[in-house]
Write a protein that binds this ligand. Structure first.
Ligand code: PLP
Length: 467
């Protein structure tokens, strides 16, 4: 690297200029995001082509780069932190958690080992302990901090795969699938797409999944679960991605434990119900499961890139995920890479720790229960306007149905284009539906009232949609 470029970068790191510039843009964004259309306007989308230039042939000016990013990039974001975004299951962001992330960005830690980042090792240790208490999970549980539930599910199923094979005298790491004994993988028909992907990635084969029918809320039908044994990997869910429903853990997990099966609970957003006094009945009995996956970035409202795998069999999780290399210096203190598939990782536990530290136990309860309360309020207001709610709003998800799929699609389009709020579609019992996920602390009563008005306006504009 040329002397001059290095000198410039030293200067930029020491001067506050570009960081203050970025901070000013960020504040401006945060202060205007509520008033913006939730989805970017077509004009701002059109202007995205301004970012599509050639790669510069030589080093440029950081101020200009930031200016360009803010000018064309910020308006083309989805206003997900603003309180009227109800698509997918996307959380907002807790300010203290975001600020902690900013600080840790300057640390730029790599976090595989204690020796690469003692502070992150400590925060992972502490956060693991807090999570167990908060979610009512046994002491034997260990946590791995990963990018999201997709990865957490993969880790949980990999641990289960390792253990079930090992119990049959087969080392799946060494011997692979060729000639392996049989493992039955069992899931409800409503299992999330990432569960199916994980089963495929782990070599089980999607066609080998034994699908179990579900009830009208998307809960696995207990009587239809095949006989459980030591060769069964059973996948349950805490929070159906459409209806928000929870499987009946108290009966199933107990039965599975007695049979020696492995149970994984996909609780991407729903596991947090366990942290709320008034909602924890939904997760009752799940503590007997073997592995769990949950996101920080959904219900808990940490910034993105925050998932957790929890497992009661440390040996299985570590054996399933471990890597080796002569330069790896393990420590008796926590080495985070033992519990994740990644080696180099950013310090994502920082914002999870910060969210929990900031909220405290009662704050988490308030956040989680608040999302439920807002969802109930939203669904009642819609019903009052004559909309049909298709699910029991047990958590934060609402499904709205119309006469026919065509109407539903037109209404979704209309709402999305209005910019007033954003809702997505899905399918429920072979019918198109509108999915509403109340998942941000920032959603107010006024946001809900305004969104309901957008629903009414959309229905009025679509011929044949009125009841
Ligand atoms: C979102 C979600 C996932 C996937 O989680 P990511 O964090 O997006 O990887 C898995 N299962 C359920 C039920 C979900 O809602």
């Amino acid at each position: 690297m040329s002397r001059s470029l290095r000198d410039r970068m030293f200067q930029e790191m020491q001067d506050k200029d570009i960081f203050e510039q970025a901070r000013d843009y960020a504040y401006e964004y945060a202060n205007t995001v509520q008033e913006r259309t939730v989805f970017p306007s077509s004009k701002t989308l059109e202007q995205l082509k301004e970012l599509d230039g050639q790669m510069p042939s030589a080093p440029g000016n950081p101020q200009h780069l930031l200016e360009e990013l803010h000018r064309f990039g910020s308006p083309a974001t989805v206003a997900q932190t603003g309180g009227r975004y109800f698509g997918l299951v996307n959380g907002g962001v807790i300010p203290a958690s975001l600020a902690a992330r900013w600080l840790s960005d300057f640390w730029d830690q790599n976090t595989p080992l204690y020796v690469t980042s003692p502070v992150v090792s400590q925060l992972e240790h502490t956060t693991e302990r807090w999570l167990k208490r908060l979610l009512g999970l046994p002491d034997a549980i260990v946590a791995g901090f990963v990018s999201g539930s997709s990865m957490a599910i993969l880790c949980g199923l990999a641990a289960g795969r390792y253990r079930l094979f090992k119990n049959q005298g087969w080392d799946i790491n060494e011997q692979g699938f060729c000639g392996a004994p049989k493992i039955n993988i069992v899931a409800g028909r409503h299992a999330h797409g990432t569960v199916i992907k994980a089963a495929a990635l782990l070599g089980f084969g999607v066609a080998n999944i034994q699908w179990v029918d579900c009830d009208d809320q998307g809960r696995i039908d207990i009587d239809k679960i095949p006989p459980l044994d030591q060769q069964t990997l059973l996948i349950l869910q805490a929070g159906n991605v459409n209806s928000g429903a929870f499987d009946d853990f108290s009966i199933i997990c107990k039965r599975a434990k007695e049979a020696g099966s492995w149970v994984h609970v996909d609780g991407a957003f729903g596991l947090w119900a366990a942290a709320s006094e008034r909602l924890k009945h939904l997760t009752q009995g799940m503590e007997d499961a073997n592995s769990f996956s949950v996101d920080g970035h959904k219900t808990l409202n940490t910034p993105y890139d925050n998932g957790i795998v929890l497992c009661n069999d440390e040996d299985a999780l570590v054996k399933a995920l471990q890597a080796s290399g002569s330069y790896i210096l393990y420590n008796e203190k926590r080495d985070g890479m033992m519990y994740t598939p990644e080696m180099s990782r950013r310090a994502r536990v920082v914002e999870l720790w910060a969210a929990l530290k900031y909220l405290g136990e009662s704050g988490v309860d308030e956040l989680v229960y608040g999302l439920h309360e807002k969802a109930v309020e939203f669904s009642l207001a819609l019903e009052e306007e004559g909309f049909q709610i298709l699910n029991k709003v047990v958590f934060n998800q609402i499904l709205v149905g119309f006469k026919d799929d065509h109407c539903t699609h037109r209404i979704i389009e209309h709402i999305q284009r209005s910019g007033e709020c954003w809702v997505g579609g899905g399918s429920w019992e072979d019918k198109a539906v509108i999915r509403i996920s109340v998942c941000s602390w920032a959603t107010t009563k006024e946001d809900i009232a305004r969104s309901v008005r957008a629903f009414v306006a959309a229905r009025d504009a679509v011929p044949g949609a009125s009841p």
